[in-house]
Ligand binder design. Structure first.
Ligand code: AMP
Ligand code: ZN
Length: 506
């Protein structure tokens, strides 16, 4: 089997994976800013790293996976370092406590991740729970000469940092991760609100003294203020994973400024490169444009599962979405469309169908010695591992699983004689197939969950149809049609007959 290789954004190369501590992996992924519901684009990134987490565990590593919750410090315009704190603003507009906003969207995020079968991380630290550590880090960076105070805010001195690291070529240089050229950054910088406090437009806030209307703030040596957004990830990754850890992940859009600034802060505080492998997931797009809250082209998971978004012709299940994401390599963009989702729905069912056939196939118990037909099966299983070891190529691994699925179907239908393979080869095929689908790719069988849920479904359907019958009795055709159409979107067909209304799954 080929060893695991990971494409490292910092070196722009696929590298052999070797963790800092043998058999242990430390992984940090930037989590959501909980001022709103996550959209399908965000979900793609979290599913990408869920597969990385699952696979590392599958091959025997003890993984400490840290995925934070950003609940303070993320400003409206991070590139400019301007605007209000996103959570504070939401709380102010909705007349809520900021922590009410945080709790609500964190709960919703967890529900979504559970539905998508994304495993919970080992630690899920909140930025607001690590203010003391962040203040200590700011102080450390000031002491090391890489930050300065201005009007209660503290800025990272990027030009000084660039000068200092030039003398240490073994450390990542500012701009290396994102491929930004310093002169271009300087030429492209605009005059921005509060920029006069900075020595250079490249500098970014690590502590901010915000205007008085800001709700969340903490006492510090510099002001009653808030930490800069980038700081939480440097501080919390270092606290839980050490000065230098193995894998740091996030979406491509976080390379600059967020991750570039994280590297600068970590080196600025402890003098070491914080991360050995930087991984970036590419964007989910809609008609070629990045799915984002600001563009307004986003689809929420609940809208997908209920089929209520105008772009969707039907409802799609959580596993259909997961399958659709896995059909592309994480480093490629992926365009969401009804065609892609419908193809994923079919593909997922095909794989699941063969998985459910496995226990129904009688193993070739008597074949305890290797058989000539084993070779092809063994090679197929190896190939599947080789593909996932090649920078987590889930698209290629799925193609291998389809091949395995055809073989399993052929054994079941007796088009291929199972007697021609050894027991060991059969066991390897069935284990590889099962482990890949359920443990590594995290695709669960929704049909069994639905069957277990049937009592509730029946009860709810009875209630919904009763409400619809009542609407019809009052000649409220609008309500009755809405109910029928929404059920149709969920692939539930409603039939009005002489004996009343019945329903069935389309
Ligand atoms: P945010 O809450 O905006 O910080 O985003 C959470 C995560 O989702 C980050 O890792 C982003 O890079 C990622 N993300 C945002 N938009 C997309 C998208 N359209 N496709 C894939 N990942 C995304
Ligand atoms: Zn981060």
């Amino acid at each position: 089997m080929q060893p695991l290789k990971i494409y490292n954004t910092l070196t722009r190369q696929k590298e052999l994976f070797a963790p800092v501590t043998p058999l242990h992996v430390g992984m940090y992924v930037c989590g959501p800013t909980v001022y709103n519901y996550v959209h399908l684009g965000n979900c793609r990134t979290f599913i990408t790293f869920d597969v990385v987490f699952r696979y590392l565990k599958h091959i025997g590593y003890k993984v400490r996976y840290v995925r934070n919750i950003t609940d303070v410090g993320h400003l409206e315009d991070e590139v400019a370092g301007a605007g209000e704190d996103r959570i504070g603003k939401k709380a102010r507009l909705e007349n809520l406590e900021p922590m009410e906003v945080v709790q609500h969207y964190s709960n919703a995020f967890h529900d979504t991740m559970d539905a998508l079968n994304v495993l919970r991380p080992s630690i899920e630290p909140q930025a607001s729970g690590h203010i003391v550590e962040q203040i200590e880090c700011v102080q450390q960076i000031i002491n090391n000469g890489f930050a300065y105070e201005a009007n209660g805010s503290v800025y990272f001195d990027v030009l000084k940092f660039i000068d200092a690291t030039k003398k240490q070529p073994n450390l990542p240089q500012y701009g290396q991760l994102s491929g930004k050229i310093i002169d271009d950054l300087l030429a492209g910088s605009r005059d921005l609100d509060g920029q006069d406090e900075k020595r250079s437009p490249l500098d970014f806030a690590i502590w901010k003294n915000p205007p008085p209307e800001h709700l969340m703030r903490w006492n510090s040596p510099w002001s009653n203020g808030i930490p800069g957004w980038h700081l939480e990830c440097s501080v919390m990754s270092q606290k839980y994973l050490g000065d230098t850890f193995d894998i740091h992940g996030g979406g491509m859009d976080l390379k600059f400024p967020h991750h570039e600034c994280e590297i600068a802060q970590s080196i600025g505080s402890c003098g070491k490169s914080p991360v050995n492998y930087w991984m970036h997931a590419n964007m989910l797009t809609v008609d070629g444009a990045k799915m984002s809250k600001s563009l307004g082209n986003f689809i929420l998971p609940t809208e997908l599962f209920a089929g209520t978004h105008p772009l969707l012709s039907q409802a799609y299940s959580p596993m259909t979405l997961r399958f659709a994401f896995l059909q592309a390599h994480y480093s490629s963009t992926l365009d969401l469309s009804n065609e892609a989702l419908q193809a994923a729905e079919k593909g997922y069912k095909r794989l699941l169908n063969s998985l459910n056939l496995l226990p129904k196939i009688a193993p070739p118990q008597q074949n305890t010695q290797p058989m000539p037909a084993d070779e092809e099966l063994n090679a197929l299983c190896q190939q599947c591992y080789n593909h996932i070891n090649d920078d987590f190529n889930t698209a290629m691994a799925l193609a291998d699983l389809f091949e395995m699925s055809s073989k399993i179907n052929a054994y079941y239908n007796q088009q291929a004689p199972i007697a021609k393979i050894s027991l060991a080869a059969w066991q390897q095929l069935s284990h590889t197939y099962r482990h890949f689908i359920t443990d590594i790719l995290g695709l669960k069988d929704e049909t069994t969950t639905n069957a277990a849920n049937n009592g509730i479904t029946e009860g709810l359907m009875e209630l919904v149809l009763q409400l619809r019958t009542e609407a019809r009795t009052r000649k409220d055709w609008t309500t009755s049609d809405i109910i029928r159409d929404r059920l149709n979107n969920l692939k539930i067909q409603v039939k009005d007959g002489k004996e009343g209304t019945t329903w069935s799954l389309a």
